[in-house]
Ligand binder design. Structure first.
Ligand SMILES: Cc1ncc(COP(=O)(O)O)c(C=O)c1O
Length: 364
């Protein structure tokens, strides 16, 4: 976290300009298509430092055509959700972890530092302003999308001298149209999502734009998502935009929940961290951050040692894997009873919607 000596905007300086024409709230549509009435914008320049944060009516940005985020991808984003509990109270789920990840991405993108607690308080105020947009449903939520872009108005490739941090909000229903049905994954080692020394552990747009053609190839092969492999031994790394977990009896005959370690190519997911902490608290089986290769998965499947495999992320929360298509084989992954997946989903949603009191949530 930036300490108090880091030059930063302050939530106490927040200016709020309310819209005079609030929108009619439509039914929840496709993910990320309908936005709320307001947005948070905070400008930075090397000459002036951070300006006062501003909540203003939602609207288009005006950018210089040479803007460095458009030309060189000097940008990053975050994603988390506000949930309306059964008690009508709004909660954010572990948002400080997102602030922390955002600050790390900013450092990697050569964007200026900010005080994470101050940003979180500005976001909390934004959600408060648009609180009527948080759905009255425990199947839906309000997605919070902080974005940080270089707005350097010149074509020289350099550390930006101007930047814009903004936050927009969008209603979110179920991410997968097929709800919690098990997904099929296309595992082709010719694609690499991230590599050692790269930016795979940061949430930068470039990581996502360049993954799209693999996603469409997966769809061409009848799969819903890509299972991203890495290295000559085809290590399993992530699934689509989710972290990946394998619940199995490992090579030593132990029951284990395993997920790849944070070695620079894995996005440190908030849901991933929460699942690790939750299942370690249970103390019922080994919970490990370790490498898993496709060979290991294939032999475990042959020997019927695989219990479940699932992806995790804010958007879908937890998503069982039903099939992996790999080297011409359609590998069936057990998912019929999805015991672990359902138990984790219940425990996490109980926290998010306030049914289980927990200091993982921040009240809005
Ligand atoms: C590549 C990638 N992996 C994993 C995740 C899951 O992270 P989180 O649980 O913080 O949403 C995301 C989503 O942000 C992602 O983009």
């Amino acid at each position: 976290m930036a300490d108090s000596s880091t030059p930063s905007f302050k939530a106490a300086d927040l200016v709020i300009q309310l819209t005079s024409s609030p929108k009619t709230k439509p039914d929840i549509g496709d993910f990320g298509t309908v936005f709320t009435d307001h947005m948070l914008v905070i400008e930075w320049s090397l000459a002036e430092g951070w300006e006062a944060p501003l909540i203003r009516p939602f609207g288009n940005l005006s950018l210089h055509p040479a803007c460095s985020s458009l030309h060189y991808g000097i940008q990053l984003f975050e994603g988390f959700k506000a949930y309306r509990g059964d008690d009508d109270q709004l909660r954010l789920f572990r948002p400080m972890l997102n602030m922390n990840r955002m600050a790390k991405s900013a450092k990697r993108a050569c964007l200026p530092a900010f005080d994470q607690a101050e940003l979180l308080e500005c976001i909390r105020r934004l959600v408060e302003v648009d609180q009527d947009w948080v759905p009255h449903s425990d199947l839906a939520s309000l997605y919070v999308r902080p974005t940080f872009i270089g707005t350097e108005p010149s074509l020289g490739l350099k550390k930006p001298t101007r930047a814009l941090l903004y936050v927009i909000l969008s209603q979110a229903g179920f991410y997968f149209k097929t709800k919690a049905e098990a997904v099929s994954l296309w595992a082709d080692p010719k694609f690499t999502r991230a590599w050692k020394g790269g930016t795979g552990d940061c949430k930068m747009g470039g990581n996502y734009g360049c993954s799209l053609s693999a996603q469409y190839e997966a769809e061409d092969h009848g799969c819903q998502q890509v299972l991203w492999l890495y290295g000559d031994d085809h290590q399993i790394t992530e699934a689509g935009t989710m972290n990946v977990f394998l619940h199995w009896i490992n090579e030593n005959g132990e029951e284990e929940l395993a997920t790849p370690p944070l070695d620079g190519i894995i996005l440190p997911g908030v849901t991933r961290q929460s699942i690790l902490e939750l299942t370690r608290q249970w103390g019922e089986f080994e919970v490990t951050e370790r490498y898993i290769t496709m060979d290991q998965l294939c032999s475990a499947l042959k020997q019927q040692r695989v219990k479940e495999m699932f992806g995790s992320g804010t958007a879908c929360m937890i998503c069982p894997v039903g099939h992996v298509v790999y080297q011409g084989e359609n590998l069936h992954i057990p998912h019929q009873d999805a015991q672990l997946t359902s138990r984790i989903a219940k425990e996490l949603t109980d926290i998010q919607y306030g049914r289980t009191p927990c200091d993982w949530t921040l009240l809005v």
